[in-house]
Design a protein around this ligand. Structure first.
Ligand SMILES: [Zn+2]
Length: 373
């Protein structure tokens, strides 16, 4: 992960902190310049504990995901919140429901514990008059209590991209298929977004922004889902590149350049004794030339981490494999035999084509024409 600091590997899950945290800390120090040092330190301590709560929230997702055999790639902590990235997105209703719920549940438990602690100390949490940090006795515990209560509540708003959106979709998924559940959740999210925007105009600018955020998140998730389902209706064989040229790893980069200039091909397999050992696209050839000059070998510039794709896989699975390896193309096999190449660009083109076709079918002009005929 670029721009992020590796901080540790609890339970085997890599955790990173984004460098923009430094800006946040710098900004706080700058804004509080001249304030007593103790105040600034206690604010920083609160922020540290707040982000530790966010980290525990993400760990909740990650450890619950493990129970459903979904691996977590990493956890990234950003000043705006945390993010647990999974190797694959769980679509099974029970998995989605419990994994999404686990994060806010951690904050709810923390809030309950803090509530108990404060009550035990004789200072039960008081409702603050406005949304800001409270001061006075046990201020740190009070603020942490409210922060965790808010984190739990905010994340449970039933709209994408909040956890609550996934919780709702998981619940609906027990009664209907994934696409239908996504559509309903997206509609709930958009409706909530509009409500927040209206409330925002009446009460606070913060709500207005949350409303816009929720509305856009709901729309993005529903278009992601419709992309997934349109890819699911195709197989790798539908857009296979059957004619391909292969290179040997010991050939020179200029051989690759020559092939590129000679023909229509943009992607090549690198083969050694009948086995694919790497892949190459126009980009690697150009970058390789710029970085290593015209004497470099194909081995030096090829991508050696690539997925092995199957001819009868659905395109959504194939795209996911390419994305996991961050690789633009992959060799396609039928049994043990190589039958061609799949190019991520072609998948994107297929999606664009599909979208254009859908627009044509949805357009009102078409309805009128349809009505006449
Ligand atoms: Zn979460």
């Amino acid at each position: 992960m670029k721009w992020s600091l590796f901080v540790g590997r609890p339970f085997g899950i890599r955790v990173y902190v984004h460098w923009t945290f430094l800006i946040l800390i710098g900004w706080i120090l700058f804004a509080r310049l001249g304030n007593p040092l103790a105040d600034v330190m206690s604010l920083l301590l609160f922020l540290f504990l707040l982000f530790f709560s966010v980290f525990l929230h993400e760990m909740g997702h990650a450890l619950m995901a493990r129970r459903f055999k979904v691996k977590t790639k990493d956890i990234i902590l950003l000043p705006i919140g945390g993010m647990a990235r999974f190797k694959k997105i769980p679509e099974e209703p029970a998995a989605e429901f419990f994994i999404a719920l686990a994060g806010p549940a951690v904050n709810a438990i923390l809030a309950l514990l803090l509530f108990g602690l404060l009550a035990g100390l004789g200072h039960p949490p008081q409702f603050p008059e406005k949304l800001s940090l409270v001061s006075g006795e046990f201020a740190l515990l009070q603020n942490l209590f409210w922060a965790n209560a808010l984190l739990a509540a905010f994340n449970l708003v039933p709209a994408f991209p909040m956890d609550g959106g996934r919780v709702l979709r998981g619940l609906l998924g027990f009664r209907m298929n994934h696409e239908k559940a996504t559509t309903i959740t997206a509609e709930v999210g958009q409706a909530l977004g509009i409500v927040f925007v209206i409330l925002g105009f009446m009460y606070s600018l913060g709500l207005l922004f949350i409303g816009i955020f929720v509305f856009l998140g709901a729309s993005a998730e529903s278009s992601r889902e419709s992309m997934q389902s349109s890819l699911r209706s195709y197989k790798v064989s539908n857009i296979l590149i059957k004619h391909y040229t292969s290179l040997r790893p010991d050939q020179g980069i200029m051989d690759a350049v020559e092939l590129l200039l000679a023909g229509q091909e943009r992607e090549f397999l690198v083969m050694d004794q009948g086995k694919v050992v790497g892949v190459l696209t126009k980009k690697e050839i150009f970058n390789g030339l710029a970085a290593h000059g015209n004497q470099a070998s194909v081995r030096k510039i090829m991508i050696s981490h690539f997925p092995h794709l199957r001819l009868d896989s659905h395109l959504d699975e194939a795209l996911q494999l390419l994305q996991e390896k961050d690789c633009p193309i992959g060799p396609v096999y039928r049994g043990e035999k190589i039958v061609g190449i799949l190019d991520k660009e072609n998948i994107e083109e297929l999606l664009t084509l599909n979208k254009a076709m859908q627009q044509y079918l949805d357009s009102p002009i078409r309805d009128i024409q349809g009505g006449k005929s």
